[in-house]
Write a protein that binds this ligand. Structure first.
Ligand SMILES: Nc1ncnc2c1ncn2[C@@H]1O[C@H](COP(=O)(O)OP(=O)(O)OP(=O)(O)O)[C@@H](O)[C@H]1O
Length: 246
């Protein structure tokens, strides 16, 4: 179980004024759940994900994973505890091939065939990609899907995906939905997806709406989604529906 208690994250703006990006946020995520976090742009979703992963350091509060306070652990230590994170904008790894990245992620000596299976799951023709270097020659969408494949390969107890749909074309998006539907069915750990996409919200066990650095709403898909689609905040979801521009 992931417990976030009274979490705050502040930064100093250009005028040296303190800005509260995450504002005394409380959230409990039970094991084996597929959670989708949504809410208006700038509400604090990515920041929250980075705080859970340890990319950003919290100002105050606690992050507890399975009863253990991980607030003071660094990214590597948290990764070892079983947290994976697919960034909104994936990073390049010059000199490393896709297959190496998948092996590093899996943490064991997976065969090329197994590596290819992960790539196929995210809709990439494995033989075209498995030996390619993870550099700027890959498009944003390709990189994003490779990154999702690495999170699948890691298969950790907590996987966080930040806007997996960003930069993904229509065809690949259909595929991505299947990837998440399968993950949801075969769920071994907890999955947190940050998304504005109605089709991803539709497969959630629970939806969490984050606004102004706080949890505005939390509940089952059936409770939250109709309400969300009837509010002004829904405009951003409606605009980003399948085929819409991000
Ligand atoms: N280091 C920082 N310094 C100043 N402002 C920051 C910093 N990090 C985040 N912010 C601000 O905090 C707010 C929340 O950002 P965040 O990326 O978490 O939003 P989000 O909910 O993920 O938005 P989106 O839906 O657009 O991805 C934004 O206004 C952002 O500009």
């Amino acid at each position: 179980m992931l417990e976030i208690k009274d979490l705050s994250y502040q930064v100093e703006d250009e005028k040296e004024k303190t800005k509260e990006i995450i504002d005394h946020l409380d959230l409990t995520v039970e094991d084996g759940k597929f959670i989708v976090i949504t809410g208006p742009n700038g509400g604090g979703k990515s920041t929250l994900a980075k705080l859970i992963m340890g990319v950003n350091t919290l100002t105050s509060g606690k992050i507890i994973l399975d009863g253990e306070d991980i607030s003071n652990l660094n990214i590597t230590e948290r990764a070892k505890k079983g947290i994976s994170f697919a960034f909104q904008a994936p990073v390049h790894f010059k000199g490393i091939r896709v297959v190496d990245l998948l092996r590093l992620a899996a943490g064991e000596k997976i065969t090329t065939i197994e590596a290819c299976e992960y790539l196929s799951k995210v809709g990439l023709c494995a033989k075209d990609y498995v030996n390619r270097e993870v550099n700027a020659s890959l498009s944003g969408g390709e990189l994003k899907r490779i990154e999702i494949a690495t999170v699948l390969a890691r298969g950790t107890k907590l996987s966080i995906f930040d806007e997996p749909e960003a930069g993904i074309d229509l065809w690949s998006f259909q595929n991505l939905i299947k990837v998440f539907e399968n993950m949801r069915q075969e769920i071994k750990g907890t999955i947190i997806v940050i998304s504005h996409q109605e089709r991803i919200l539709n497969i959630a066990d629970e939806i969490v709406v984050i606004e102004n650095g706080k949890v505005k709403k939390k509940g089952s898909k059936d409770e939250i989604l109709p309400e969300l689609l009837g509010t002004p905040a829904a405009a951003s979801i409606a605009c980003e529906k399948l085929g819409g521009d991000k």
